[in-house]
Design a protein around this ligand. Structure first.
Ligand code: NDP
Length: 292
């Protein structure tokens, strides 16, 4: 078997097409969705991600404000920026790019964001709604992007065995909740670094979502014939054959394509979907402000 490509780029393009219409409707009501992206420090990967988000805003006609603070900035300075953005009635979405410098408490800062502007979906109010099975809050972009991609490919998850590799606050945990939520209806197992027999558990799954940050750890003997495999991982690995000396690798080894029925590529899989969902959350936040 050769896996079909779970094409995040194409799916993201279809999401953007829908968003164009919603943004036009906002414009008729005199509103331009507006996203603020706050970045602290000079982590090169974070700057690449922020640039992709700003570019997506430009493509769609979403206004973006890019706020950069030096890595030596204090937590109080970031706090002041968040308060200012919360109070700005013309602004609909706030994103604080992760990771923050180690001297800052990322979760405490996330807590300060107005939940209705929390387009990353990491505020406890939004994550709490998800735990309650309420899907009407801001949903975290990467796991909701995975769900949208599975839906786009016409997959019925009802009663399927899903394994999520990873239990982070931003990917693994919310991913497991979304797969198991009413309407998706998969039966979910979460595998983490303390799990015994992770490979055997994974090999029973109809759907595997890998979000562990371990380059190409999931090999074909982890995957059942015909399983659907979503690779969330984005890892930089050394590669002397490339001019730049490195390449991007997922958490899933490419050999899995010979066994899976669907496999998302890295890059071009979950990455573009994460950005598309961020844009969707921003438009949704603008629509909500408009209807109040
Ligand atoms: P974290 O480091 O926060 O979490 C990793 C999780 O994987 C943890 O729960 C950890 O377990 C688990 N884990 C680590 N090693 C193993 C192992 N050997 N076996 C089983 N479980 C293991 O990472 P994130 O969730 O933030 O990100 C995961 C990956 O997804 C990264 O590659 C990241 O770059 C990528 N990513 C991609 C995005 C996209 O848009 N495509 C967006 C966000 C992340 P434990 O809890 O026990 O420590």
């Amino acid at each position: 078997m050769v896996a079909q490509r779970l094409d995040g780029k194409a799916c993201a393009a279809s999401v953007e097409k829908e968003l164009h219409e919603r943004i036009a409707a906002c414009a008729s009501a005199g509103i331009q969705p507006h996203l603020a992206v706050v970045i602290v420090g000079d982590d090169p990967a974070s700057h690449v991600y922020v640039n992709s988000k700003v570019k997506a805003c430009q493509r769609l006609g979403i206004k973006s404000t890019h706020i950069e603070l030096p890595s030596a900035a204090s937590e109080d300075e970031v706090r002041a920026v968040i308060h200012r953005l919360n109070d700005d009635a013309e602004l609909h979405g706030i994103l604080v790019q992760s990771p923050l410098p180690p001297h800052m408490d990322e979760e405490a800062l996330t807590d300060l964001i107005n939940p209705r502007k929390d387009v990353d979906g990491f505020h406890p109010e939004n994550l709490g709604r998800l735990v309650q099975g309420r899907l009407d809050g801001m949903l975290p972009c990467t796991p909701s992007g995975v769900m949208r991609m599975l839906q786009w490919a016409g997959m019925d998850l009802t009663g399927k065995r899903a394994v999520v590799l990873g239990r982070s606050r931003i990917v693994g945990n919310p991913q497991a909740l979304l797969l198991g939520a009413k309407g998706a209806d998969a039966t979910v197992t979460v595998v983490h670094s303390r799990t015994e027999n992770a490979q055997a558990i994974c090999a029973q799954a109809d759907v595997v979502v890998a979000a562990i940050g371990r380059p190409e750890m999931v090999r074909s003997d982890w995957i059942k014939d015909g399983a659907v495999v979503v690779d969330v991982g984005i890892n930089r690995v050394d590669d002397a054959t490339r001019e730049r000396g490195w390449r991007l690798a997922g958490d899933v080894h490419p050999e899995v394509a010979k066994k899976a029925s669907w496999l998302s590529p890295v890059p071009g899989g979950v990455g573009p979907m994460t950005i598309a969902m961020l844009m969707e959350n921003t438009v949704r936040a603008a629509e909500t402000f408009q209807s109040e």
